[in-house]
Design a binder for this molecule. Structure first.
Ligand SMILES: Cc1cc2nc3c(=O)[nH]c(=O)nc-3n(C[C@H](O)[C@H](O)[C@H](O)COP(=O)(O)OP(=O)(O)OC[C@H]3O[C@@H](n4cnc5c(N)ncnc54)[C@H](O)[C@@H]3O)c2cc1C
Ligand SMILES: *[C@@H]1O[C@H](CO)[C@@H](O)[C@H](O)[C@H]1NC(C)=O
Length: 412
């Protein structure tokens, strides 16, 4: 979007983003393109995305296209459809997408491929606007949302025009925006996350259920006993196979990685699944098996205060059953770009953030709630055209640009 340069003294905004996850980086790219001066504060010293994959569905792909993500760098596979199976080995059922004109729903991508591409776009010297400054190993311990001031662990204090809390489900910025600590809720589920190499896959005929038919996801749902589900799809040009293995877990671990796991632990939990599914384990593991506890956030009364807003999991951490958590973080980041074009004045910031909340909160919360309901609805995403339309036919950039026009055009 171009600047309205009526006011030639308008300075670019200074923007602090807490968290260099998929959401924080997307926001950084969109905002640097508008000429703003962006700094990203990331707690970890060496940030790499964990060894697992992510679905980049069409709604978030539209934001990626808009901010210049080079598709081939994602090394993604088109998500043509879903195959659902029972754990007893009964006949698979294939579902194609029901959105008119949609051959494939976006791409199946390794997280680190997406992360590296977003980091490149945010920080490279080339490209529109000043490169965002990524400060690794800078943990934010407190902030003042009214003045967009944050404090780092080393005592350094940084003030900006805007502060974005993209710091994930355990967000520190959120505690200050809400002026209380909001605890995430136990979903009763954990998962193992495994990544296999596929070089020998097609030599194993017993693994035909994995590669015959549409390119896409394979869901194997328990037909007896407590809820368990294998959710499997390829990534990185088909060289890797990503497995998320969900199971009921009543232990009270914090959300996120709860450490490494072994093949034996996996086998114990899924022991009654049909033997053909265990041929997966004949493929070489690409990276260590992780265990992950799934938690969600309760509805928040607000996402904003003063000059500060929450984005992504910090605002609406969801369950993965719609594959839209990162997608919503990406939509949030894209929307911020549309609401803070070049020429935005520092005094405009609080109103723009109110608009951001008005534009985004309902959708973020819908996906959070619906992802939880998917468990009771027997994972009906693939059968539910109305839900697919709501998720995938949405135009995040157009919606945000239109909202901006209606609300602010001619104001600058
Ligand atoms: C099993 C599983 C499968 C999933 N599959 C999909 C999928 O297929 N599709 C999809 O769209 N989504 C999926 N998701 C959801 C997706 O992973 C998240 O919604 C998404 O990564 C959230 O991004 P974010 O940038 O908001 O937060 P995060 O990725 O959590 O990033 C937050 C960043 O902030 C940093 N940070 C935290 N605190 C501080 C601090 N105090 N100071 C500085 N930095 C800090 C962290 O180190 C981190 O780098 C899945 C999630 C799970 C668990
Ligand atoms: C969705 O994305 C896929 C993969 O890029 C693409 O082939 C398809 O045309 C897109 N569909 C729509 C309706 O945008």
């Amino acid at each position: 979007m171009s600047a309205s340069n009526n006011n030639s003294s308008t300075q670019p905004l200074t923007i602090s983003i807490v968290g260099a996850g998929i959401g924080g980086l997307t926001a950084a790219v969109a905002l640097r393109h508008n000429g703003h001066s962006v700094q990203i504060f990331e707690a970890v010293e060496i940030k790499t995305e964990i060894g697992a994959a992510v679905t980049v569905q069409n709604n978030s792909l539209k934001v990626h296209d808009h901010i210049g993500v080079v598709r081939k760098n994602l090394r993604g596979l088109p998500w043509e459809g879903a195959v659902m199976m029972g754990s007893d080995g009964s006949e698979p059922v294939t579902y194609k997408w029901q959105v008119p004109g949609m051959e494939a729903n976006g791409l199946l991508v390794h997280r680190s491929d997406l992360y590296e591409e977003l980091k490149r776009l945010a920080t490279e010297i080339e490209g529109q606007g000043p490169p965002a400054k990524l400060r690794l190993g800078t943990k934010v311990v407190a902030c003042d949302p009214e003045t967009a001031t944050l404090t780092l662990e080393n005592g350094e204090v940084i003030q900006a025009d805007v502060l974005i809390g993209a710091d994930g489900i355990h967000s520190v910025v959120r505690d200050h925006v809400l002026q209380q600590v909001v605890h995430s809720q136990d979903s009763g589920l954990s998962c193992f996350r495994l990544i296999f190499e596929t070089t020998k896959m097609r030599d194993i005929p017993e693994l035909g259920w994995l590669y015959d038919g549409v390119v896409g996801t394979r869901s194997v749902v328990s037909t007896e006993g407590p809820l368990r589900m294998l959710y499997i799809y390829p990534c990185r040009d088909g060289t890797l196979m990503n497995v998320v293995a969900f199971y009921s877990d009543t232990s009270d671990a914090k959300a996120g990685w709860s450490g490494h796991a072994t093949v034996d632990e996996f086998k114990t939990v899924f022991h009654d699944f049909h033997p053909k599914f265990f041929y997966l384990l004949d493929l070489p593991l690409h990276s260590p098996i992780h265990k992950w506890k799934l938690r969600v956030l309760p509805l928040l009364p607000t996402w904003i205060r003063g000059r500060t807003a929450l984005l992504g999991d910090a605002a609406h951490a969801t369950l993965p059953h719609l594959g839209q958590g990162a997608g919503m973080a990406v939509e949030d980041g894209g929307a911020l770009g549309c609401l803070f074009p070049a020429g935005t004045r520092a005094e405009d910031v609080p109103d723009r953030l109110k608009a951001y909340e008005e534009l985004r909160k309902e959708r973020g919360e819908f996906i959070r709630a619906e992802s939880v309901d998917q468990m009771e609805k027997g994972f009906d995403l693939y059968k539910n055209k109305e839900l697919q339309m709501k998720l995938l036919a949405y135009e995040p950039i157009e919606a945000a640009q239109q909202f901006y026009q209606e609300r602010f055009a001619g104001v600058n």
